[in-house]
Ligand binder design. Structure first.
Ligand SMILES: Nc1ncnc2c1ncn2[C@@H]1O[C@H](COP(=O)(O)OP(=O)(O)OP(=O)(O)O)[C@@H](O)[C@H]1O
Ligand SMILES: [Mg+2]
Length: 425
């Protein structure tokens, strides 16, 4: 079998990551190249400057290419920001089976048609559909069927989670890729990608929240009974924590960032006897003030609490209390703040763990940090969308999670064949 290379790009607000992977003959993914560059032109998850964003992408993808000694293949890119909107929808279809005494054998094509019917909702003019992910199926009278393929029935119903994104944000992402000389094969809502890299199947089944605390946005995906039920983005994250420190400590963003990384903790009570003073130069570097670490922690604590309380409001407003037994799974750079897991447990009243991506062959230590969950998840999605991935090895990708990608590929294939026939290319 020919070598199958896959590419993934996470244009974060803080860093841009490019990854090259290879899917081997047994359907396992090997990471071949990694490139990380400081981001530019991305604010709160959205592209605000095409030139800077594509310059960062060029740097990151060249680094990945050098390491892999391969050209960057088509890329799957992450998309997030507060333009994302989620709706739960339903659809279905009836069958007229050849043998009415038996019923119709449900196949993948039927599932695709049922999901297709759930996509026909009135979309806001400025948005288009990014994902349509089946949550559960009904076959005749039987509800909560996780996978109807192979079952026999007269009617198939589906509940689907639809993720919409601003058309302009998608176009900008496409433009950035083009400017960087890369072909964009697909876009994936970032927290969904992160969930592939860090959630276990049990966590999705028992109910859990994937919370990606990045530089510019906090993105959350809520899973109940194995499927995504709700997703949410919030425009305050790591950079806001840094800005809070800079304003209160009267210093520059660069110093505030360093102080946060070196001395920040999520809760002043963590420090106890170990509390100590930290030197903080002022904006011009001319004057140095001293602050107790517990004071820094109280500033961080206020903002982190606010973020976590917003998550709690989402849980309540979606009626998910009592349905998230596996609790909170934290990733993104901010998840490394000492004491954040314990703070989240107290605020949300559910278990919390800080996760790092694992499970890919050739995954260097560099990638085993929470902020690379999205990049690694995008690589997983890219491999699954192309097929022949060993699903048993990557259990957090649901059987139908990349249904839209598959449908897109099929449609793409058809359009390509049509194009060749009529001589478009
Ligand atoms: N050890 C750490 N402790 C606290 N904060 C950290 C740590 N490491 C990184 N961060 C913070 O994490 C943020 C960057 O996170 P990440 O790399 O996940 O962002 P991003 O993916 O580029 O942005 P986004 O997803 O919001 O667009 C920065 O604000 C940084 O200060
Ligand atoms: Mg991110």
């Amino acid at each position: 079998m020919a070598k199958r290379l896959i590419g993934a790009v996470d244009l974060g607000s803080h860093k841009t990551t490019a990854l090259i992977g290879e899917v081997d003959q047994s359907g396992l993914i090997h990471v071949r190249g990694i490139g990380i560059a400081e981001s530019g032109g991305v604010r709160q998850g959205a592209i605000t400057d095409l030139e800077s964003a594509s310059a960062a992408l060029v740097t990151a993808s060249h680094l990945a290419e050098e390491m892999a000694e391969e050209r960057m293949p088509s890329i799957t890119a992450g998309i997030s920001g507060d333009h994302i909107q989620c709706i739960n929808s339903d659809g279905g279809l009836s069958f007229t089976p050849q043998d009415p005494t038996v019923g119709h054998d449900i196949a993948l094509e039927d599932v695709e048609r049922a999901v297709e019917s759930s996509r026909s909702v009135q979309l806001p003019l400025d948005k288009s559909l990014l994902h349509s992910i089946p949550q559960s199926f009904t076959v005749d009278g039987q509800s909560a069927v996780p996978n109807p393929i192979g079952m026999v029935g007269f009617r198939l119903g589906v509940n689907t989670h639809l993720v919409l994104g601003a058309i302009t944000s998608q176009s900008n992402l496409r433009r950035v890729s083009e400017r960087a000389g890369l072909r964009l094969a697909g876009m994936v809502y970032s927290p969904l990608a992160s969930s592939y890299a860090v959630l276990s199947r049990e966590e999705k089944e028992m109910g859990s929240i994937l919370l990606d605390l990045g530089g510019g946005t906090v993105d959350a995906a809520f899973f109940v009974e194995g499927a995504i039920r709700h997703s949410w983005s919030f425009p305050y994250a790591g950079e806001t924590l840094t800005r809070d420190l800079a304003v209160v400590l009267k210093t520059s963003m660069a110093v505030a960032e360093r102080v946060k990384l070196e001395h920040g903790v999520a809760d002043p009570h963590l420090l106890g006897e170990k509390d100590e003073q930290v030197d903080v130069p002022d904006v011009n570097g001319a004057f140095v003030r001293q602050y107790f670490r517990s004071y820094l922690a109280s500033i961080l604590n206020a903002r982190l609490r606010e973020i976590l309380e917003h998550v709690a409001v989402q849980v309540q407003s979606m009626g998910l209390e009592g349905r998230l037994a596996a609790g909170l799974v934290l990733c993104g750079g901010v998840a490394h703040t000492p004491g954040l897991g314990a703070l989240a447990e107290r605020v949300l009243g559910m278990p919390a763990r800080v996760a790092t991506p694992g499970n890919l062959l050739g995954l260097s230590e560099m990638l085993q940090r929470g902020e690379h969950a999205t990049g690694v998840g995008l690589l997983l999605h890219a491999a699954a969308a192309e097929g022949d991935l060993d699903r048993g090895q990557y259990p957090a990708i649901g059987a139908f999670d990349n249904m839209d990608a598959r449908a897109g590929t099929r449609r793409g294939g058809l359009m390509r064949r049509l194009g060749q026939l009529v001589g478009w290319r």
